[in-house]
Design a protein around this ligand. Structure first.
Ligand code: MG
Length: 168
């Protein structure tokens, strides 16, 4: 990167939460993880990707994922969230920005994510147009308390930094 003006940098934050119910697996970060739960959602419910999408939209000042892909629109029923992220990254590029780095935290009591983090980074980094070392993925439990801790929900938070394409 060649010294972009600090005023050209854009930061965004995203949060998402979905309920869990009995099932045969969840998709997080574009990776299917077999477990005795499923995510309740209109789309595939990939909270990790949804948090990234909202962080990107926040950084370019384009609202939120619910405006882009309404959960009342049948077109997005069961949608593969990777496609939603691709569409939003297209908007990021059209706005003249590229991702500098992203920091993603998934908060889930179940499933355990440690052994899936590398696969999730492998899926997400190319979608964000960055090398894997620029996407940090953290997983934490909710210490057994509240809805997430009681395995009734999971959530994700993301922060992204964008810079003008010309400077990367
Ligand atoms: Mg969501």
């Amino acid at each position: 990167m060649t010294n972009p003006s600090l005023f050209d940098l854009r930061i965004g934050h995203g949060f998402d939460l979905h309920r869990l119910e009995a099932g045969d697996g969840v998709t997080l970060g574009g990776v299917f993880i077999a477990c005795p739960y499923r995510i309740v959602a209109h789309s595939d419910g990939d909270a990790a990707i949804h948090a990234l999408c909202d962080a990107l939209l926040g950084a370019i000042g384009r609202g939120d994922i619910g405006q882009w892909f309404p959960d009342t629109d049948p077109a997005f029923a069961g949608a593969d969230s990777r496609k939603l992220l691709k569409a939003i990254m297209q908007a990021v590029r059209e706005a003249g920005y590229a991702v500098v780095n992203a920091d993603l935290t998934v908060i889930a009591q179940t499933p355990k994510l440690a052994q899936h983090k590398a696969a999730m980074v492998e899926v997400l980094a190319p979608l964000l147009g960055i090398s894997p070392d620029r996407l940090n993925l953290k997983a934490t439990t909710h210490e057994g308390v509240d809805a997430i801790g009681e395995k009734r929900a999971l959530s994700a938070q993301a922060v992204v930094l964008l810079a003008p394409c010309r400077s990367i």
